[in-house]
Design a binder for this molecule. Structure first.
Ligand code: PGA
Length: 250
């Protein structure tokens, strides 16, 4: 059986003091909930502090974004190697906020995915459709394209150590979620696509759901057989809420 994963994407939130307190509270309240692997994605500048605080815990951490380049004159960017220096386990790639606000194309996503993989970090590839695409019945097509744009150039073997997060864009930060049936359908599609290329990888890859996951809906969304856990934004900034989500997965 695939083990569950719960990821906290803090986005550009928090301060040195508040993230320390948030993490301490989460760790303190969650001791008995150990069913899901937990990973925290702080803003890059706080990764050293978070890695220090999580050092002797089973929790992991990762970067929200990496440069598609190995190093060089790319002002403001952070490389996968730099994340590795701080023992990051994961890096998000293709998050819809990166795709939409920073015009990241599928081609850039491929390059970033490759850098993350080559560095020995685990890419967490985010895919998902806009509201308009869903209304036009294009969900399947969009998600397939997002996946195949990585599989085709890099080969299926890069998914051996990868995680996929299905995040319908219209559900992110809006409080609106798809129904459990809609989530199950897209997760089923994603697994079928991966299995088409490799049965073995398709059977074991973790496929997470993300988009307005909260304590009130975590049970019905994250415990579906098709869902291997969640990628949580807003609700991960509140310790009680996040711990409650952890409890739901247990
Ligand atoms: P949300 O964000 O939980 O605030 O909707 C999820 C995400 O962007 O990963």
């Amino acid at each position: 059986m695939r083990s569950k994963l719960l990821m906290a994407n803090w986005k550009m939130n928090g301060s040195l003091m508040s993230i320390h307190d948030l993490l301490a509270e989460c760790l303190g309240k969650s001791a008995e909930f150990n069913k899901a692997g937990i990973a925290i994605f702080p803003p890059n500048i706080y990764i050293p502090t978070v890695s220090e605080q999580l050092r002797n815990t089973p929790w992991s951490w990762g970067g929200q974004n990496v440069s598609e380049y190995e190093n060089g004159a790319y002002t403001g960017e952070i490389s996968a190697e730099m994340l590795k220096d701080y023992n990051c386990r994961y890096a998000l790639v293709g998050h819809s906020e990166r795709r939409q606000l920073y015009q990241e194309t599928n081609e850039m996503v491929v390059k970033k995915f490759q850098r993350i993989d080559a560095t020995g970090l685990i890419p967490v590839l985010c895919v998902g459709e806009t509201l308009k695409e869903r209304q036009h019945d294009q969900t399947e097509q969009v998600v397939t394209q997002q996946l195949e744009s990585v599989i085709n150039p890099l080969g299926i073997s890069v998914f051996e150590h990868a995680v996929i997060a299905y995040e319908p864009i219209w559900a992110i930060g809006t409080g609106i979620t798809p129904t459990p049936e809609e989530v199950a359908a897209v997760h089923g599609l994603i697994r079928r696509i991966i299995m088409f290329y490799s049965k073995n990888i398709g059977e074991k890859i973790a496929i997470l759901y993300g988009g307005s996951v909260k304590a009130v809906n975590a049970k019905e969304l994250l415990n579906l057989t098709e869902v291997d856990g969640g990628l949580v934004g807003g609700a991960s900034l509140n310790a009680s809420e996040f711990v409650e989500i952890m409890r739901c997965i247990n």
